[in-house]
Design a protein around this ligand. Structure first.
Ligand SMILES: C[S@@+](CC[C@H](N)C(=O)[O-])C[C@H]1O[C@@H](n2cnc3c(N)ncnc32)[C@H](O)[C@@H]1O
Length: 207
């Protein structure tokens, strides 16, 4: 198992303690839910973590939530937190899911992928999204990549920081039209701030 997944397995409860109800992120997912997620639809939650986003999304009537995460512990927590969801252990680098979805959430999961892996994932998401469907994609802005400890993990985790223009270009190349870009400051352990980016993109709507 890779170092990042071991770290998430070891620290899943601590991650959940911090992020199950982390107001700045919960607010962004609620906004996405209220604007773009419709009743009787299907949503794919990639890198679902402990089900923090799924718990908010699950208030939509008859929403089928399919969640995936590489950490067994995260999937265990997601199942406990959102019993109505369908969660499984999957590696996004080998995503072979093909069922058309009305919405896809990729919340802070590409931060653990290389740029090449993210480009492949975005291409696959574009194929999965139904025409007119919406993608929620969040990541930390910056340059560079490497292993770091965090407020929720003393074990090192691989993080990759992206430029918003680069991600917007990857989305547009795959006919995913960016309809919203929000940002927020996240305070790190040392008191410095990282910029979080929250994008919504819409799948192609016809010819
Ligand atoms: C920062 S957490 C985000 C969790 C949740 N989506 C959220 O927004 O709070 C990143 C999650 O991505 C998962 N992850 C990392 N690499 C992955 C991969 N290759 N395939 C699937 N999940 C992965 C981790 O196990 C972790 O649960």
């Amino acid at each position: 198992m890779d170092k990042t997944t071991t770290a998430y397995d070891n620290n899943a409860e601590r991650y959940a303690d911090k992020f199950m109800a982390f107001a700045p992120y919960a607010e962004k997912i609620r906004r996405f839910r209220d604007r773009y997620v419709t009743e009787n639809s299907t949503l794919l939650d990639l890198g679902c973590g402990p089900g923090n986003n799924a718990a908010i999304l699950s208030t939509v009537e008859n929403l089928r939530i399919i969640g995936m995460d590489l950490s067994r512990e995260m999937v265990r927590l997601a199942k406990a937190n959102v019993p109505e969801g369908d969660f499984s252990v999957k590696d996004l680098r080998d995503l072979d899911f093909k069922e058309p979805c009305d919405a896809v959430v990729a919340s802070f999961c590409i931060v653990h992928l290389t740029l090449e892996e993210t480009a492949i994932l975005i291409r696959k998401i574009a194929r999965i999204l139904k025409p007119g469907g919406h993608l929620y994609l969040s990541f930390m802005e910056g340059r560079g990549q490497g292993f770091e400890t965090t407020s929720f993990s003393g074990d090192e985790i691989f993080f990759n920081y992206y430029g918003r223009d680069k991600i917007a270009a990857l989305l547009e190349q795959n006919q995913l039209a960016v309809v919203e870009t929000l940002e927020g400051d996240y305070e790190e352990q040392d008191g410095s701030f990282t910029t979080d980016i929250f994008m919504v993109a819409q799948g192609r709507t016809g010819c």
